[in-house]
Design a protein around this ligand. Structure first.
Ligand code: B12
Ligand code: SF4
Length: 557
């Protein structure tokens, strides 16, 4: 007998964002305008469900919910809602407002309104059940009309919330907030119900999740980051001591997932996987003891990697062979301003040494991929310094993939709307790094963007709420102009998949992880075809099969 029942809707929307994929505009396919439901499972939804089950509740996760038709969802709710259903949860990760973009085709806007309307309909039909949203940042769930909004790591708050619904003694602190003109009920999980660190951050999937062996699942090795880069908006920074999870919990999760579903590929959700050599060594010990070799993707700080070659063996052994480096800039003064001031020559030589070490087949290694991301427009950066940096990367690390995005920051008008402002957001005015540009002085006819990207660039400039910054060496318009040049240049085409998007190639069994390590993009047998319309159709088929199994399960259960 459970303490009560809950349904959690999870699902992320994906697209080929210019910011995430430099080759998009160059290839100029219709895919650039598409948005779709990701085949990735909901990391927050499954984590909360696992935790609540451990407290005695019966919680079922519905993955890929935006791809369910309304009839399918209503059928599911009809099957599953019970007398003891305490609430419906909605797990968010990224704001969905971006779907309402003029640079996407009309199906994006349709999907946006469909998602909002589906929640309205479910809420009407089940008006006696409260709907709660949870996400790291409120902006990911604000567009939905929900009864309660939880932000931050939510395990402990969720337990209090369920006790509150059961009218049991609880410590729930509900704040009324006015956001975007409406008053909402907010629970600040990080402030009032801290769930970091979380020694047992294990996710337990259930039979009714129908996990397939080839799926890329998310795994947490720690919560919080030791550093405090100035532009970073993550709420748990500057942590001291050991914030990693316990070895036993990690071992159980990986072993269980392998034995039950055959899982071997993971994406690590840590802010910085290599922040501590002790954590790496602990994880490597666990993983060396497993009866299989997992493959992990994660964010690593390149400067730490370069400065600590003694950690490389652990990183290799734990299967962390796909690295995402937020290098931000290869111009020393710019890197220094955001807290990444490693000597640039040392960094460049180090990145080459790391690649050579991981790719060394003679010494028994050879599986390695890396993606480098840069920010365009940091103070001190000029058009020339930025393009020099890109040219160096392309010439010296040709088997890495790259992405860049113009510097996005919050202006004084937006500051009060961010729950977790970065140091930059809070101090740029006082420190005098930036001034605000008067955008009305920009003549739209004077702008010459590439036809493939014109919509997108103008949207950033004139329609989005982006702060139009300016500093001594660049302004927002100039950053967009350089960005436009870059993304429409044939030389910017990424030859290898971005390390955080393996699910696009693996989930429908089109490719294997070995293919990812060995095959560049192309259109022949020994290459990987860039994600296209027919892949998208197969992804939707994968989701439909899941939905059918979910509904059939309800009929037999
Ligand atoms: C991994 C990751 C990515 C990956 C995701 C895909 C992948 N392949 O894994 C990639 C690289 C694609 C990515 C991209 C971006 N990301 Co990102 N990313 C993350 C990261 C590091 C981990 C997410 C994760 O899996 N967490 C693990 C799970 C367990 O945590 P969780 O989902 O947050 O769940 C907890 C709570 O949210 C809450 N909760 C969640 N669901 C529910 C449900 C209920 C009912 C309840 C009660 C609670 C609850 O409790 C959970 C357990 O504690 C987070 C930061 C972080 N550490 O969370 C940023 C983060 C999600 N990303 C962020 C951003 C800004 C971006 C980009 C816009 C960056 C950029 N400039 O390009 C893009 C956007 C892409 C897009 N599609 O729009 C922001 C989102 C802020 C926001 N919502 O506005 C975050 C929060 C980091 C930050 N604070 O700056 N990202
Ligand atoms: S940018 Fe990365 S390393 Fe820097 S504070 Fe944020 S999470 Fe930590």
């Amino acid at each position: 007998m459970s303490k009560g029942h809950m349904i959690i809707l999870g699902g992320q929307i994906e697209s080929l964002e210019l910011t995430m994929d430099l080759n998009l505009a160059a290839t100029g396919t219709d895919m650039a305008k598409r948005v779709w439901t990701s085949v990735r499972r909901s990391p927050g939804g499954h984590r909360i469900a696992t935790f609540l089950r451990e407290q005695g509740y019966d919680v079922e996760v519905v993955d890929f919910w935006p791809a369910w038709s309304r009839i399918q969802l209503l059928k599911f709710f009809h099957q599953r809602v019970r007398e003891d259903t305490l609430c419906v949860g909605l797990s968010g990760m990224f704001p969905i407002g971006a779907l309402n973009s003029t640079s996407k085709d009309s199906s994006a806007t349709d999907l946006y309104w469909d998602m909002i309307q589906t929640i309205v309909i479910l809420k009407e039909r089940y008006s006696h059940i409260p709907f709660i949203g949870g996400a790291q940042n409120l902006s990911a769930i604000l567009d939905y009309g929900l009864d309660y909004y939880l932000h931050g790591f939510g395990e402990n708050a969720a337990v209090e919330m369920l006790k509150y619904f059961k009218r049991e003694f609880n410590t729930l602190k509900i704040e009324q907030k006015i956001v975007g003109g409406k008053t909402i009920k907010v629970i600040d999980c990080n402030k009032n119900y801290s769930a970091a660190p979380m020694a047992d951050a294990r996710v337990r999937y259930e039979d009714r999740d129908f996990i397939q062996p080839q799926e890329v699942l998310t795994i947490e090795l720690a919560r919080g980051c030791k550093f405090k880069c100035k532009f970073c908006q993550f709420p748990i920074l500057g942590v001291k001591g050991d914030y990693s999870r316990s070895a036993e919990s990690l071992r159980e999760e990986m072993l269980d997932n392998y034995n039950r579903w055959g899982t071997t590929v993971y994406s690590v959700s840590d802010e910085t996987v290599n922040d501590s050599p002790e954590k790496l060594s602990k994880c490597a010990d666990v993983i060396r003891s497993l009866p299989f070799q997992p493959h992990l993707t994660g964010y690593l700080r390149a400067d730490l990697l370069v400065n600590r070659p003694e950690t490389w063996q652990d990183i290799w052994d734990m299967g962390l062979r796909s690295h995402y480096y937020g290098v931000e800039s290869l111009h020393q003064p710019a890197g220094k301003i955001v807290g990444k001031g490693i000597n640039v020559d040392k960094l460049k030589n180090g990145l080459i040494a790391v690649r050579d070490w991981f790719e060394n087949k003679d010494e028994g290694r050879g599986q390695f991929r890396a993606t480098i991301s840069l920010i365009l427009g940091l103070p001190e950066e000029t058009r020339e310094t930025f393009l020099d940096g890109i040219a160096w990367l392309q010439e010296n690390l040709p088997t890495h993939s790259f992405n860049a995005c113009p510097l996005y920051m919050s202006g004084s008008n937006l500051k009060e709307n961010i729950q977790t402002p970065s140091v930059f957001d809070l101090t740029w005015e006082e420190e005098g790094y930036f001034t605000e540009m008067d955008i009305s002085s920009v003549d739209p006819d004077s702008l010459e963007f590439h036809p493939n990207t014109d919509d997108w660039m103008r949207e950033q400039l004139f329609k989005s709420g982006r702060f139009k910054w300016s500093h001594d060496t660049m302004n927002f318009v100039e950053a967009l102009e350089v960005f436009d040049e870059l993304v429409t240049n044939e030389n910017s085409i990424n030859i290898w998949p971005d390390v955080f998007f393996y699910h696009r190639y693996l989930t429908t069994n089109k490719y294997t992880i070995e293919d990812i390590y060995t095959k560049p993009f192309g259109d022949t047998e020994d290459t990987i075809q860039p994600f296209n319309e027919s892949d998208l159709a197969e992804h939707m088929q994968f989701i439909q099969e899941y939905i059918q199994k979910k509904l059939a399960y309800g009929e037999t259960a």
